[in-house]
Design a protein around this ligand. Sequence first.
Ligand code: FES
Length: 150
Amino acid sequence: MDDFLQATNIVHRFKKMPGGLLECLHAIQDFYGYVPKETINIMANGFNISRAEVHGVISYYHDFKTLPLGRNVVRVCQAEACQSMGSRELTSRIVDLLELDLGETNEEYTLDAAYCFGNCALSPNVEINGKLHPRVSPDKFEKLIKAGAL
Ligand code: FES
C-alpha cells in the first residue's frame, strides 16, 4: 500500500469533525512517527485550507515533528516543579552527553522538552523511550545511558 494513501484515509476520517485538523495531525504523526511534508497537501486539500494554514498549526504545537525521530527519544521536564529540583542542570548535562539541544534530532536521539508529566512529587523527571524515570540527577542520567536505558 502506498504510504500516503494511509494519510488520505486519515484525512477522510477527520475532515468533517470540528477541530478535525488537530486530531488528523495527531493521527498522522502516530502512524508515520512524524508529519511527513508529503502529507501537507493531502491535509490542505482534505480540509479545504491552504498549505500555510496547515504549516501554521504544525509550527504552533510543539509536539508535532516534521522530521523522523531518532532511534531513542529523551524528553526532559522543564516545568516549574522539575526546575525547582534541578532540571536545568540535568538538561545541561543531557545536552552535553547527547550533543544535541532541546528540540534537536540526529539519527540516534531526539531530545525534547516536556512540560509536566504529572509526576511532580518525584522531580526532576525524564522520559526515555516512553518510560518515565523519576528523580533523575545528572549522574543518574549518565548511569541510565550506560546501563542501556537508551
Ligand atoms: S513539573 Fe515536571 S513532572 Fe510536573
